[in-house]
Design a binder for this molecule. Structure first.
Ligand SMILES: Cc1cc2nc3c(=O)[nH]c(=O)nc-3n(C[C@H](O)[C@H](O)[C@H](O)COP(=O)(O)O)c2cc1C
Length: 189
């Protein structure tokens, strides 16, 4: 079952923007992150949650989408995320965050998938601009943004081909393909 959940939990970048997500749902997802591993159990991560269109609109311009899809600047109005979770590092708890935010992000995305939602981890962020737009105090470092919503696209996994190209791509039916390296290539011993 965990395998099915992980296979279903793809990076989705187009959503039914009108499909609202409750604030309580976002709190439940962050609770999964709260229960996840933390280096030294320091738990330096803090979160900003939004499911309000106006606040979502403040976040959207600071995110970069699907760098390999050169002709696609990101989701159009109407297919943008209906919620975002911003993962922050609290410098007053710890100056270095290790990889806690990656683990937190995956816990949240798996939880979202289980609820029939989907999302994308965004690391390519105009951090200064976003910090200012939301008046986030300087003690918090923006680590990741999780864009969330009800997925409006099909994403399929395939095996990396003979050329070794790992770039994701979209076909003429607008299906998003994600090449994954085969198991025998990544287990080296
Ligand atoms: C740390 C991290 C940062 C990422 N940053 C971005 C990003 O800035 N923009 C984006 O569109 N996707 C981003 N992604 C999503 C990856 O592109 C995606 O995971 C990859 O293409 C594989 O697709 P999959 O998640 O469906 O397996 C990021 C993923 C990770 C793990």
């Amino acid at each position: 079952m965990i395998r099915d959940l992980i296979i279903k939990s793809r990076s989705y970048r187009r959503f039914y923007q009108d499909a609202a997500i409750e604030h309580e749902t976002l709190r439940g997802l962050v609770d999964l992150a709260r229960l996840s591993p933390a280096a030294g159990n320091l738990q330096p991560l803090k979160y900003i949650l939004t499911c309000e269109p106006k606040k979502n609109a403040l976040i959207y311009p600071h995110l970069a989408w699907a760098g390999y899809l050169k002709d696609w600047p990101g989701p159009d109005e109407g297919e943008r995320p209906s919620a975002d979770i911003i993962i922050l590092g609290d410098r007053e708890v710890s100056q270095s965050i290790d990889c806690d935010h990656g683990i937190a992000a995956q816990s949240i995305l798996l939880g979202a998938t289980e609820k029939g939602l989907g999302g994308c981890i965004i690391g390519s962020i105009q951090r200064k601009g976003l910090q200012k737009a939301l008046a986030i105090p300087a003690r918090y470092e923006i680590l990741l943004v999780l864009a969330l919503g009800k997925p409006r696209e099909m994403v399929v996994i395939e095996t990396v081909g003979a050329t070794g190209d790992i770039k994701y791509w979209r076909d003429s039916d607008d299906i998003h393909h994600v090449p994954k390296r085969p198991l025998d290539e990544i287990i080296i011993d």
